[in-house]
Ligand binder design. Structure first.
Ligand SMILES: Cc1cc2nc3c(=O)[nH]c(=O)nc-3n(C[C@H](O)[C@H](O)[C@H](O)COP(=O)(O)OP(=O)(O)OC[C@H]3O[C@@H](n4cnc5c(N)ncnc54)[C@H](O)[C@@H]3O)c2cc1C
Length: 309
């Protein structure tokens, strides 16, 4: 039986598809709260936020908001924007890599197209000494995303990482299959609305699977990005890596811009590597709705801003 929070999460994610909600949020959302999670609508704003975070000691990644383009031409435009982003981060000497969604690279138009676009960006970023990570989207895209990740690795791109979601029943198997590649993996719980056929619906199961995958990944020879704001997961990671003497250059913590900043600072003070994931752009709607769904109390924060307007 799903918890009250689980029901609220499913309701928010379902409401996000509603046209009236979209129209309202696109008009007022940035002022109502999206700006808490999005570093800005322009690259300049994002660069300024990253510089400040770097000065505080955080590593960052940058994501151009946007997903599910509707044509190859739109994917081309996204590639060009990512090229600008990569060149700018390097020119500004920022400690920042880049994360990207394959549906923005044209995955829905064709796997070959998305792979070709990714290879283009990876060639540029490898010349400039930068790594890129392919975000994981909803379960419908997992198989193709992992296939493309494997193909890129087989083509010799070592500067690419992937993401696995502990909410999915398949993920432990996916992790086992990836470990021989010594992958650079980000582990997350999963932000999408999924059916019980493919995903655990009970939070306790998602959390237990997260711990299991974290131990499996840290036990391998790759690099593990522990991307969560959950103190229980983080404390377990610290205890496990201390006990097993996993070197600190083999893992890092990652959190989203604007979420639990005190916890981010506390980990930094303990000399862990902490990456703050920043995003920018005008297509912030689906990203913002996923942040609301992760913590339904965020809707109260939005409602308070609505009353104050
Ligand atoms: C760096 C990074 C990259 C990510 N990349 C992906 C990806 O590629 N694919 C994907 O499916 N998901 C991704 N996610 C999202 C992830 O799947 C979860 O939805 C999200 O991190 C919330 O889960 P949690 O691990 O923080 O734990 P939860 O159990 O959901 O939350 C633990 C605690 O964290 C705080 N918290 C969590 N979320 C919020 C929020 N939105 N607002 C305020 N407080 C919050 C609350 O205090 C909460 O009690 C990413 C997350 C991070 C941090």
């Amino acid at each position: 039986m799903p918890s009250l929070n689980g029901l609220a999460r499913a309701t928010i994610l379902a409401a996000a598809q509603n046209r009236a909600t979209k129209a309202f949020m696109n008009r007022f959302g940035m002022r109502l709260g999206a700006s808490r999670f999005v570093s800005g609508e322009t690259l300049d704003r994002c660069v300024a936020a990253i510089r400040t975070l770097n000065e505080q000691g955080f590593k960052c990644n940058a994501t151009l908001l946007g997903e599910a383009v509707s044509s190859a031409a739109d994917a081309d435009r996204a590639v060009a924007e990512y090229e600008t982003l990569i060149r700018r981060l390097v020119a500004e000497n920022l400690r920042c890599n880049v994360a990207i969604k394959l549906t923005l690279m044209g995955l829905d138009q064709g796997e070959d197209l998305a792979e070709t676009n990714m290879a283009k960006l990876l060639t540029l970023s490898s010349e400039l000494g930068m790594t890129m990570r392919i975000d994981m989207e909803d379960s419908v895209h997992v198989e193709a995303t992992l296939r493309i990740y494997r193909q890129l690795r087989a083509r010799g791109f070592d500067n690419v990482g992937a993401v696995l979601q502990s909410c999915l029943r398949r993920s432990v198997g996916d992790l086992e299959a990836l470990l021989p590649l010594d992958p650079n993996l980000r582990l997350v719980k999963g932000a999408y609305l999924e059916s019980r056929e493919v995903a655990f619906t009970d939070k306790a199961e998602v959390d237990a699977n997260y711990l299991r995958m974290m131990e499996m990944s840290l036990g391998g020879a790759g690099y593990t990005a522990i991307a969560t704001h959950d103190e229980r997961m983080i404390e377990h990671a610290i205890a496990y890596t201390t006990e097993r003497q996993v070197a600190r250059d083999r893992f890092e913590f990652q959190m989203l811009y604007g979420i639990r900043p005190q916890l981010q600072r506390d980990l930094l003070k303990k000399n862990f590597t902490v990456l703050v994931a920043t995003c920018y752009g005008t297509h912030w709607y689906p990203f913002f709705m996923r942040r609301l769904a992760e913590r339904p109390a965020n809707v109260l924060f939005l409602a308070r801003n609505l009353v104050r307007r």
